[in-house]
Design a protein around this ligand. Structure first.
Ligand code: PLP
Length: 632
């Protein structure tokens, strides 16, 4: 556990059990009622063939844990309730979940269900998100906020206004000054009294990776001058009482409570000013930003960590708002937050398989081979070789590396000129590898090929270099003997992972069994927020299969409550406007035209058509079973 820092980033949901497998505590700890779930057993259940008692799903697989979502919602709620009680704050906390962090229907439904007793609501940043939020909140609480953020046109605003008629507590947050005119106009036309929020462009700036929305040059929000103009406009049309919420968002992954307190303090002053100007304010919405400790360092200086706990975050927020309001004798507002990352990150684990690994290529060479090779070295390369062997004999490690680099470089030049053949070039590489081994140089970092698309499943790694914990999910009782990087199966050189949490440039890995691929499973953790929505279909790899797993009293202490195959080749082709049914018919027709008699493998056109049909049906990832064309 410590080698992969699971004990640092994993708590309270992940650990390692006595079998050396990753264990999950979906309720945040092991208790009498809640036993651990063995992640490896879930993967076996999901991926084993149906006739072996499995569900026959193809990897990669996302394992969703609704119990973790429940624990996250409850933990945030309880952190704010404790801070409110400790501070003597006279209003309450009422959060919303920003659906953009993971729009999966069941994830949103779960959050609405688990948050019902806390009046927990949703945040939408676009029209389809608003439609999905309204449909999911149908089963929820009428008091729950439905915060409408993002750039809005007349349709978006009308939809949120109609939402109020349908009994949803929609709040239209003005991101731009111009939106005020649309809201005034459309609410009159539709005869709906809107609840308006205003997003303030704060001066507080979050300089981290996720802070580009903050500061005066941020993309969103109203400047001080714009806020005053909108207040005046609303007042003039008798709608200042509709302005009830102040919103801000200084960026995701806020690194420290000092920065948080700075931003919240500034916003609380704006809130008090709006009260003074006559708005009927009641809610301060602090946006997202509650961070996740991806690398377990608990450091505000790491891009992928934060220097506070949930409790410290809530205490800083409540304390700042209270003191600003008390100074101005303003009634304490309801505190709303839009935490997305902090709610959904932990609830899903992406599991993928290493299918092969590059080999260590130290050659077997007889002394005759060596002499033959040395004789054929170009003259200046022989000088380097002599220096290299002298350094190796003398155990001069650094010098050895230097000379072997020089030697290799010269031989490559000779090869390019055509005076060295490919066997000689390979032998020089081998010679240098032998020397490395003789001087005790560490084994070179190997490449593990993983059945995954980084672009589809870990887009933030590719796009902004964000690191996530990646760990073998089994064999953790065995010492890993290899250092490896991960290379995905897309035809793109960016599709590899060579940076890991803790600043490591390789990952400790186990040898693949039998030297071949398969059955070595790795998990990417804490990726439940943003990754699924951002992922594209580069190279036409679609999303993973998904299983939902709940804790149960069964023999394995878990139950798979839903299993969905990932998009097939036909599905991803359809996304790019191709028509798989027609494509299949064309290819089938071609098989009928071209295959007159049975070929060398006994393939007739029906067999070919069946094989092609199953390729359309399968996921684009590497398939374990043999190809149906050959099977037939
Ligand atoms: N609210 C707004 C307006 C956002 O832009 C974001 C994301 O950047 C969030 C909430 C969610 O932030 P986080 O995932 O940091 O909680």
């Amino acid at each position: 556990a410590s080698l992969y820092r699971i004990d640092q980033w994993g708590g309270p949901y992940f650990g390692v059990n006595d079998n050396g497998n990753v264990s999950i505590y979906p309720h945040g700890s092991k208790t009498l009622n809640h036993q651990e779930i063995d992640l490896f057993k879930i993967v076996k259940k999901a991926s084993d063939a149906k006739d072996e008692g499995g569900l026959g799903l193809q990897l990669p697989i996302i394992i969703r844990l609704p119990d973790v979502l429940k624990h996250r919602v409850e933990s945030i709620q309880s952190a704010f309730e404790s801070a409110i009680e400790a501070e003597g704050y006279t209003s309450h906390y009422q959060g919303v979940y920003p659906v953009k962090c993971n729009q999966d229907r069941f994830v949103v439904d779960d959050i609405v269900r688990f948050g019902d007793k806390f009046r927990f609501g949703l945040e939408a940043g676009s029209k389809p998100e608003l439609l999905l939020a309204m449909s999911c909140l149908c089963k929820g609480n009428a008091e729950a906020f439905l915060v409408c953020n993002g750039f809005k046109d007349a349709e978006f605003i009308s939809l949120s206004l109609v939402g109020r008629k349908l009994g949803f507590n929609t709040v239209i947050v003005l991101e731009l000054e111009e939106e005020a005119d649309l809201v005034i106009d459309l609410s009159r036309k539709l005869g709906v009294r809107p609840v308006i929020g205003m997003r303030a462009k704060l001066r507080t700036k979050h300089d981290g990776h996720f802070g580009s929305t903050s500061g005066e040059k941020g993309k969103f929000g109203l400047t001080t001058t714009q806020i005053l103009r909108v207040v005046k406009k609303l007042d003039e049309c008798g709608m200042l009482d509709c302005l009830q919420l102040l919103h801000f968002h200084i960026g995701s992954q806020i690194p420290s409570t000092a920065l948080l307190a700075d931003g919240v303090g500034e916003a609380a002053q704006v809130y008090c000013e709006l009260v003074r100007l006559g708005a009927r304010m009641g809610v301060i919405d602090i946006g997202g930003g509650l961070g996740i400790d991806y690398d377990g360092s608990k450091s505000p200086n790491s891009d992928v960590s934060v220097g506070y706990t949930l409790e410290e975050y809530a205490a800083a927020v409540v304390g700042e708002i209270k003191s600003a309001c008390d100074r101005k004798m303003v009634k304490h507002p309801v505190i709303c937050s839009e935490s997305g990352r902090a709610i959904v990150s932990h609830h899903s684990v992406l599991v993928f398989e290493a299918v092969s690994a590059s080999k260590n290529s130290v050659p077997q060479m007889s002394s005759a081979d060596l002499s033959y090779l040395i004789e054929r070295l170009p003259e200046d390369a022989i000088v380097d070789y002599r220096k290299l062997s002298a350094a190796a004999m003398g155990g001069e490690y650094e010098t050895c590396l230097l000379y072997s680099d020089q030697l290799k470089q010269k031989c490559v030049e000779q090869f390019k000129e055509g005076s060295f053949d490919i066997d000689q070039l390979a032998a020089v590489d081998g010679l240098c590898d032998l020397v490395y081994k003789a001087i005790g140089a560490p084994d070179p970092v190997r490449t593990y090929h993983v059945n995954l698309s980084v672009f589809t499943s870990i887009p933030d790694f590719w796009g902004i270099g964000q690191l996530f914990p990646i760990v073998p999910i089994h064999r953790l009782e065995q010492k890993p003997v290899v250092k490896g990087i991960l290379s995905d199966i897309t035809c793109d050189s960016d599709g590899k992972i060579g940076k890991f949490i803790g600043g490591e440039e390789s990952l400790p890995l186990h040898e693949l069994k039998g030297g071949g691929g398969g059955s070595y499973y790795l998990g990417m953790f804490l990726g439940g927020a943003y990754e699924e929505g951002l992922g594209g279909i580069h190279n036409l790899f679609g999303g993973p299969s998904v299983v939902r797993v709940s804790q149960s009293d069964g023999p394995h202490s878990f139950a798979v409550t839903q299993a969905v195959h990932g998009p097939s080749c036909a599905d991803v082709l359809r996304m790019m406007q191709h028509e798989p049914e027609m494509m299949f018919e064309k290819l089938k027709h071609r098989a009928e035209e071209y295959v007159f008699d049975e070929g060398a493998h006994g393939l007739d056109h029906d067999a070919i058509a069946n094989g092609i049909a199953s390729s359309f049906h399968n996921m684009p990832y590497l398939v374990k079973s043999s190809c149906s064309l050959i099977a037939s």
